[in-house]
Design a protein around this ligand. Sequence first.
Ligand SMILES: Cc1cc2nc3c(=O)[nH]c(=O)nc-3n(C[C@H](O)[C@H](O)[C@H](O)COP(=O)(O)O)c2cc1C
Length: 314
Amino acid sequence: MQINSLTLDKPFILAPLAGYTDLAFRLLCREYGADLCYSEMVSSHGLVYRQQNTFDLLQTVAEERPVNMQLFGSEPEIMGEAAAILCEMVATDCIDINMGCPVKKVIKRGAGCALMRNQKLAGEIIRQVVDNSQVPVTVKFRSGWNHHTITAVDFAKMAEDAGAAMVTVHARTWTDGFSGEVDWEVIRAVKKAVTIPVIGNGDILSHEDGEKMIKKTGCDGVMIGRAALGNPQIFKSGAMMPSRQSRLTALKRHLELIARFFPVERVLAKTKNHAGKYLKGLHGGSTIRAKIYECKNFTELRQTVEDYLGQEVH
Ligand SMILES: Cc1cc2nc3c(=O)[nH]c(=O)nc-3n(C[C@H](O)[C@H](O)[C@H](O)COP(=O)(O)O)c2cc1C
């Protein structure tokens, strides 16, 4: 498939996950086979007002490309200005617009999934971002606001008309939040309705699930969120449930990447945020996690993971 000049064949994509998909985790997922990774959502206001913590979220290196940096906001002009700043200051291959976030704080400001209830404004935002970008603009949204208003097909057509180069459908409604059944029919209907690439999203728990979604819905690629946390191996084709060794190896590599890209004072917090995900369900995992939580610095952290990695388990 083509996202303008970017060519990706049936891609497996890392979803934007606020608090998780920073540079270290994106690069890790790329190393394990993700074809494209999305950043955490970034505030358009934060960019326009040049806030340092917003720019921190946009840290990138050439090795991780292609990358898609995601913006959120509800004001077309601010979104356009943010897109222009992004293109000027950050090496990104695409810009994604978040029109699916269900979180109260975001909805209250008319951004995220609230835009599914205001298609006219959503269209103006997409147009402004497209007009101010030198890279393809993509849009991520849901099936609709609730089960009485499944508007994804109309919304996708509107996005295409407004200049979007690709859409991602998280096939749940705003009222579903992050649980409830994912409706693959919605993805299939969107794919039929537009000519731009369509990415399916929601509860892909294995590589095999992703292949199934592509086959059954005709979508051009799939996006994986929560199932990639502690399990970047999911991006490898033919990947099975990762073994203890494989999980600890991934955690060790993740640690190295965190230490490479983040200041020393943030390494422990960043690692602890992810470590539990690698150890979930693992025999003896809670003991390892407790040890990791006791670590006072990066050297101790690395040693702890290496010690467990070297241990024979019977
Ligand atoms: C912790 C967390 C943070 C998320 N942050 C974002 C975000 O910043 N932008 C966005 O568009 N979606 C965000 N999402 C939604 C995911 O990108 C994805 O659409 C959703 O989790 C469904 O996919 P999954 O079932 O594979 O996790 C987030 C979801 C979670 C659980």
